[in-house]
Design a protein around this ligand. Sequence first.
Ligand code: FES
Length: 202
Amino acid sequence: MPRLSAQMVERARDMIALYPHARSALIPLLHLAQEQDGWVTPEAMEHIAELLDLTPAEVRGTATFYDMLFLEPTGKYLVSICTNIACLLNGAYELLEHAEEKLGVKAGATTPDGNFTIEEVECIALCGSAPCLAVNWRFFGNVSNDGFDHLVDELAAGRLEGDVPPHGTLCRVRRAVGLVGGAPHDAVVEPVQEHTPVEEQH
Ligand code: FES
């Protein structure tokens, strides 16, 4: 199982430099590990502990606390289908059933090719466009069965990688917004536009 690559270590060091205390970079570094492998491996946790001068147990204690960090292999695309009240009333369970049929796996499972994991989630705050889902935390509203099929086909063909990065690193972790990792401390960094969620209109 891999530790962080040399390129990831470089990004990690840039992130650590943003904080007065190195340990404050723990969660961003866990997301980096997840971007690299799709999940946070035990070896990556040990490596992060070394980088932050923490114990592996401290790193694991944080990694196990958060739902968005995975400690076992997860699909390249995590399809999170909301079944909370607004979505439920607009066909969320029918959509979930359709998704399971289309991908051939039940919620909680990953397709054999490792491309898609389905999960059932609570409200993702897109109630006005129910039923909705997120793929790697990018949001899609008013999703019909045909729209779902189209979305999956586009993802599988690699045509949406710009909008939906594999393994779904958050734009704040990529430092695409706010302070930029590696910038000189006295540099004035203008915030840039945060990633605009894509809404599937089918
Ligand atoms: S109920 Fe589905 S997004 Fe809120």
